[in-house]
Structure formats: C-alpha cells, structure tokens
Design a protein. Structure first.
Length: 94
C-alpha cells in the first residue's frame, strides 16, 4: 500500500475538517463516524490499486518472461497493464 494507515487517518481527518469548515456537507451522522467513512473509502481505494498492481505484475511475469523486472520497458508495460485492468474494473486511477 502506498500510504500507511496512520497517513490515511491524517488525510481523512484533514478532508473531513475541510469539508465541515467550508460547510460542503450537511451531516446526519457524527463527525467521528463521517471521518471513519472517509478513512474507509480511502483504504478501499488503496486496496483496489494494490490488487490492480498485483494483477498487472502477475500478468507480466507470466506472459512477458523476457522483460527484466525494474527495467524501463517493464515499467512501461506495467503501466499499460495497470491502465487496462483499471478500465476493465471501471476504476479511475489518478
């Protein structure tokens, strides 16, 4: 995972505070519950990215054995497969 759980918690707190301070949301739940929801959504998103990365890596290892892991060509092919798998899932990667 690209971010630690601690970093995700900090980001979730910052996001919720910003949304509440700017009155961009009207809560019908407690602020702590809202922060937990934001944190959970971030974690789910990061897990999807990890799954896509694992799928793409496994695909290259199986189907492109001549590619040297870590090479420029590997990186290009990995990004292509990640994009392909993201599109197939309906996931928008940033």
């Amino acid at each position: 995972m690209r971010l630690s759980e601690e970093r995700v918690a900090v980001l979730a707190r910052q996001i919720t505070e910003s949304l509440l301070d700017e009155e961009l949301v009207d809560l019908e739940i407690g602020e702590n519950d809202f922060r937990f929801m934001v944190e959970s959504l971030i974690m789910q998103d990061l897990k999807i990215e990890d799954e896509i990365d694992e799928e793409a890596t496994a695909f290259l290892l199986k189907n492109k054995p001549g590619l040297e892991e870590g090479s420029t060509e590997w990186g290009v092919e990995l990004e292509r497969k990640k994009e392909e798998f993201s599109i197939a899932r309906g996931y928008v990667a940033f």
